[in-house]
Each structure stands twice: as C-alpha cells, then as structure tokens.
Design a protein around this ligand. Structure first.
Ligand code: FE2
Ligand code: FE2
Length: 311
C-alpha cells in the first residue's frame, strides 16, 4: 500500500456522484438499524472540521506534508456528509442539514474546548505525539470504511451501495496516508512505539465517541458487527493496525465490540432501544447557544422546536 502526497494533491476532488440513481432511493426499503447507522455516519463525517480544529493546534501541524493532506482530506470528507444527508432526505427523512450540524456542535459543550486544550498541551509536551495522532487516523479511516462495507451488506440497498462504494475509495486513500505516515514515524523509534501503544490502550475510543454517547456507539457496533463476519472484520482491523511497528497483537476494535456485548448482557435493552425507538434526531441543547454562535437565529416567538429536526 503506497501513498504519494503529490499525487493526492493533484487528484483530490469532490466525491463524484455522476450516474448515481438518486430517483430510485425509495424503491428499496431500509431497516431502522440502517437508518440509525446512516445518521450516525453522516454526523461524524460532518464533524470532521471540528476534529481538524483539534489537530491544527498540535505539534503535528508543523509538518507541511501533513497540512497539505489535511487541506484536501477535509474537503473530501465534507462531501461524504453532504451526500449521506442527500440520500436520507431523498429517502423521505426531512431535516435541515445546517440546523442538524449546528445542533450536534452546540451539544458538545465545554467538553470540546477542554479536549482541544488537552490535545494541544499533550502534543507540545510529548515529542512523539504525532505517532499517536497518525495511528488513530489510520484506525478511524479503516474502521469507517469497514463500517460502510458492513452497512452495504446489511442494507442490501443498491443506491446506498453505489454511494458508499464511492466514499470507500476516498477512505482507502485516507487510510493509506495515515498508515504509511504512522509507520514512518514509528520505524526504529522504540520510545514512540511504547508511547503509542500505551496511549492507545488507555485513551483510544471508537470513531464518533464523544460526539455520540457510549450507547449510540454500541448500537452502531452491535448492529453492524455482532455476527461472525462482523467480528472477523473487527479482528481484521486490529490485525492490520498490529502491523505497525511496536503495535503487534494490539486489540482495540474487537475489545470495543466485546465491551458493547457485555453492556448489553447486563442490560438487554441497551443499544437496541435506540434503534427500535428511531432515536436519530438531534435536539438543540436546552439552553441553546446555536443562535448566538451562528447566524441561524430563531425569531422571537418562534418555538425552539423550529431548530429541532425530526427523524
Ligand atoms: Fe469520510
Ligand atoms: Fe476519511
């Protein structure tokens, strides 16, 4: 698996959606689980610019190759979220994309700022911080594309298959960049390898956690991967990440699945109730700052429910 930043800069572009048969989106039904996953995935794709804000304050961004990658990557990810939103709208789920994104961000609260600060401080204190960030990037991209493949399989929806297959091609390139960059950083650098392993074992969480709750993360994991094939795919991710120097035998994705299963064993309603109850709408926070932080102000007398999107 090779990656050339020069080629990537030349070839990076908006997702090509030419020829997608948008008119037949409603011709095949989707399950509640499929719809739950699509909302989750759309929100996390749309969260990329804020994730980027965490990275741009770190030491990692002294590297011009990394910032060139991030500039293109961020643009490509934008169109992943946009097109999943378009798909859901065409399927008949009405929401305003900008309101939804604003609500997701407003719900992050102060925890988001604390996280930016701690990432910034951590990166300037730890010389090898980049190794951790790059490894997490590789896991996130690989688990995202594995999740899209699992959703293609679960849903059996032809238009969704076409759309997600195109997105997967982008995610593969992203994965190649992060994996190769992490490998370069970790090669013959035992100190970085030890720190990377230690940090991943203690602080790594599945992609989306933090924006989504533990129960939402578990709902996605159990819907997509709680069968023999799904488990094998997650073990496959661990195996690939374990090929990085110093990470042999590391268990992350499979451990997250087993922990989700355990939470469901303790509480049999855990996770599935979110899917059964179609809990994929995003309400604005009770004391919403959305209107103050964006230009999307609700007018006096207009119910806050105006900013609430239904599922
Ligand atoms: Fe993406
Ligand atoms: Fe990606």
């Amino acid at each position: 698996m090779s990656f050339s930043i020069e080629r990537y800069k030349e070839e990076s572009r908006k997702l090509d959606t030419d020829g997608i048969d948008w008119e037949t989106v409603t011709a095949s039904p989707l399950s509640k689980g499929d719809l739950f996953c699509l909302h989750y995935m759309m929100d996390i794709e749309n969260h990329v610019p804020l994730y980027l804000s965490h990275l741009l304050v770190t030491r990692a961004c002294m590297d011009p190759i990394l910032t060139a990658f991030l500039a293109c990557w961020n643009y490509e990810e934008l169109w992943h979220g946009e097109n999943i939103g378009k798909f859901l709208n065409l399927y008949g789920i009405g929401f305003d994309t900008q309101d939804r994104i604003a609500n997701v961000r407003a719900n992050l609260g102060v925890q988001n700022s604390v996280s930016i600060l701690s990432t910034m401080v951590g990166s300037w204190l730890l010389k090898d911080f980049s190794a951790v960030y790059l490894t997490i990037g590789a896991i996130n991209e690989l688990s995202t594309l594995t999740g899209y493949n699992a959703l293609i399989r679960k849903s059996g929806h032809p238009v969704l298959k076409d759309l997600l297959s195109r997105i997967i091609k982008d995610e593969r390139r992203h994965y190649a960049f992060y994996f190769n960059s992490a490998k370069e950083w970790l090669a013959e650098n035992e100190k970085a390898q030890r720190m990377d392993r230690w940090m991943l074992n203690r602080f790594w969480v599945p992609v989306g956690q933090g924006v989504k709750t533990q129960e939402q993360v578990d709902a996605l994991a159990l819907y997509l991967f709680d069968d023999e094939q799904g488990e094998e795919e997650l073990l496959g991710i661990d195996e690939k990440i374990g090929r990085l120097p110093g990470l042999s035998g590391i268990k992350l994705m499979s451990k997250a699945l087993y922990a989700a299963r355990e939470r469901r064993r303790v509480n049999p309603e855990w996770a599935w109730r979110l899917i059964d109850n179609e809990e994929w709408a995003v309400a604005p926070p009770k004391r919403s700052l959305v209107g103050e932080l964006t230009t999307r102000r609700t007018h006096a007398g207009e119910a806050t429910a105006g900013a609430f999107e239904g599922g």
